[in-house]
Write a protein that binds this ligand. Structure first.
Ligand SMILES: Nc1ncnc2c1ncn2[C@@H]1O[C@H](COP(=O)(O)OP(=O)(O)OP(=O)(O)O)[C@@H](O)[C@H]1O
Ligand SMILES: [Mg+2]
Length: 366
């Protein structure tokens, strides 16, 4: 298990800055997802680590060793790309043994066989060793690509959107396989994705990028419930949260949030917002930060505008009396319909506040 670190790393292409002032420290054995929209610098970060491109400034380490001037083949890493390009004219066995033979011609046939069988067993490929890539499903091909990366027992695995060519169901199955694989082999993994759900389920920590800058590096739970800024708040989660600007007043366990489109009461669990009384803020309101009730007094009054069934939940779009819309999760069998009156009770401990100008988080979490 090996650590990885970037210190003050910058990469430009001509006038375009692809990566700016990157500081990132990955612990041995971590599974880190690099998450961000297209063009945010994820692949650049991975390619710098692999040695496929050079940094303009800063230092990159794998373990204790500074690798800025080390060639890719000497960095002891393995990379799996989006288009995993197996050799079509070689069987699964031959694809798996290829990196061993390419690297060291003296390795014995018995040793090669033993290693291939071990990797094939780990990845559930033992029955498929004599097939050709075209005789495999997408998921099986993907596992062969992973196996080919594992066979040399690298210190660090780099994966760039390895599941993006697979259909939705298979992606979810492969996510589980990759997670199990990480638990089994314990290697350090750096995994690029623009799919927030993939990052959330796989990673021990997520590095969120935007415009070549690291926005936050934290556990999935923290990224989700304590986003460092509005960009992170909007980018993670199955749905975009509602962002409402207004003024917080009150304190000591009860605050009122006044917006142009209506008012919300935040009762209890507002300690992280206490210092913000009197301030204009943007609140990040996620669907699960509210309970929808039918009885008068169960929170603030609103009207149901839209009901969407999504698997186990119903999502209600509700309008406050002043017109502000909030999305709320409810039981599907609660039977809410368009036009119904509804009472919204906010769960303040799930609500984060941000500065309207800078977008930076203002909460003081304990
Ligand atoms: N070889 C190159 N020449 C010029 N600009 C480049 C080159 N490679 C990347 N860039 C630019 O650097 C920025 C970061 O690119 P990068 O490939 O790291 O993004 P990404 O986060 O991996 O995006 P995607 O999700 O689309 O793969 C982008 O603005 C991109 O256009
Ligand atoms: Mg990329």
């Amino acid at each position: 298990m090996t650590s990885v670190s970037f210190t003050g790393v910058r990469k430009t292409y001509g006038d375009a800055v692809a990566l700016e002032a990157l500081d990132l420290s990955i612990a041995p054995g971590e599974f880190v997802a690099l998450l961000g929209p297209s063009g945010s610098g994820k692949t650049t970060t991975l390619n710098l680590l692999a040695g496929l491109i050079d940094a303009d400034e800063g230092e990159i380490r794998i373990g204790e060793r500074v690798v800025n001037d080390v060639t890719p083949d000497r960095r002891d890493i393995a990379m799996v790309f989006q288009n995993y390009a197996l050799y079509p004219h070689l069987t699964v066995f031959e694809n798996l043994e290829f990196p061993l033979k390419a690297r060291d011609r003296r390795v014995s046939a018995a040793e090669v066989e033993q290693k291939v069988e071990k990797v094939a067993a780990t990845l559930g490929l033992a029955e498929l060793l004599h097939r050709y890539p075209k005789e495999l499903s997408g998921g099986q091909q993907q596992r062969v690509a992973l196996g080919r990366a594992m066979i040399r027992d690298p210190k660090v695995f780099l994966l760039d959107e390895p599941l993006s060519n697979l259909d939705a169901r298979l992606r979810i199955r492969m996510r589980r396989d990759i997670k199990a694989l990480h638990e089994a082999i314990g290697s350090t993994i750096v995994y690029v994705t623009h799919d927030q759900a993939e990052a959330m389920t796989l990673a021990t920590r997520i590095a969120v990028f935007s415009n070549g800058r690291l926005q936050q590096f934290a556990t999935p739970a923290e990224i989700y419930s304590r986003p460092a800024n509005l960009f992170v708040a909007e980018f993670v989660g199955e749905r975009e949260p509602v962002l409402l600007e207004g003024v917080l007043t009150g304190g000591s366990g009860r605050m009122i949030f006044e917006t142009a489109g209506g008012m919300l009461t935040l009762d209890g669990a507002v300690r992280h917002l206490d210092a913000l009384a009197g301030r204009r803020v943007v609140l990040c309101l996620r669907a699960e930060a509210f309970r929808a009730g039918r009885e008068a007094g169960e929170g603030d009054p609103a009207t149901v505008k839209l009901v969407e069934l999504s698997g186990p939940d119903a999502l209600l779009t509700c309008a406050l009396p002043g017109g502000a819309e909030i999305c709320v999760r409810a039981e599907p069998n609660a039977g809410f319909a368009r036009g119904d009156g509804v009472w919204l009770r906010a769960l303040p401990d799930r609500i984060a506040a941000f500065d309207p100008q800078s977008g930076t988080a203002l909460c003081r979490w304990e």
